[in-house]
Design a protein around this ligand. Sequence first.
Ligand SMILES: Nc1ncnc2c1ncn2[C@@H]1O[C@H](COP(=O)(O)OP(=O)(O)OP(=O)(O)O)[C@@H](O)[C@H]1O
Length: 241
Amino acid sequence: MIKLHNLTCKYENNTVFENISLDINTHLSILGANGSGKSTLAKAICSLIDYEGEIFLEHKNTKALSLNEKAKLIAYIPAKLEIYDPDISVSEFVLLGRFAYKKSFFDYSEEDKNITKEMLEFLNIIHLSEHLVSQLSSGEQQLVLIAQALTQQSKIIIFDEPTANLDPHNSKIIASHIKELKARHTVILITHDLHLAASVNTPVLFIKNKSATYYEKDFFNDASLGQLYGVAFESLAVKYD
Ligand SMILES: Nc1ncnc2c1ncn2[C@@H]1O[C@H](COP(=O)(O)OP(=O)(O)OP(=O)(O)O)[C@@H](O)[C@H]1O
């Protein structure tokens, strides 16, 4: 459960959006034009940037939570992997998702390593375990990012444009994983990929003109999409189902 109360985000003098209040009790897709503030909203929810107002995760004010407490409640998956260590392997990278559970400063536990292996198997990338993350394709890197987030075992997972760099085949793989994860997690999906959003099939929060409108259902039709995005739509063609 995520609760936003009078949430305002700005960068210096640029107000991105203001006074968003919303209770998110289920899966949600956040849509809107480039620069409308989707990633800013996600980053505020994850305390990665400053904000005005209040954000509650599972009834707890995020400002009162430690980094580790937040990591156990919410995971953020960026659109693209930033690789700080070109020599890190897939299994080492995914294991880092267990940081909030680490008991010893020096090493991860057997349980941490087992959970890492489990997530690599779940995403069908166990064969990449010893590969260098820096040498993977974009599609493989996206799966590695998802694996790392899953090891956090947080209730809420935010996917920020998970198919941004992917071809339709890899997008379909990601779509199928996201749909599967809905059974165990609260999924927040940020995307421009309307096929993906329609396929994942959640209520929609559309950000426009510094505010946000919530659509419980009936969002994915040519008329409302055309009006919101300002371009003509003819029924979505690619099927991720
Ligand atoms: N670190 C930053 N410093 C200053 N301005 C920023 C910063 N990050 C984002 N912005 C500005 O905030 C606004 C919202 O950006 P944001 O990335 O949240 O939009 P978005 O909806 O996720 O866009 P896109 O769909 O293009 O990824 C934009 O005008 C952007 O230029």
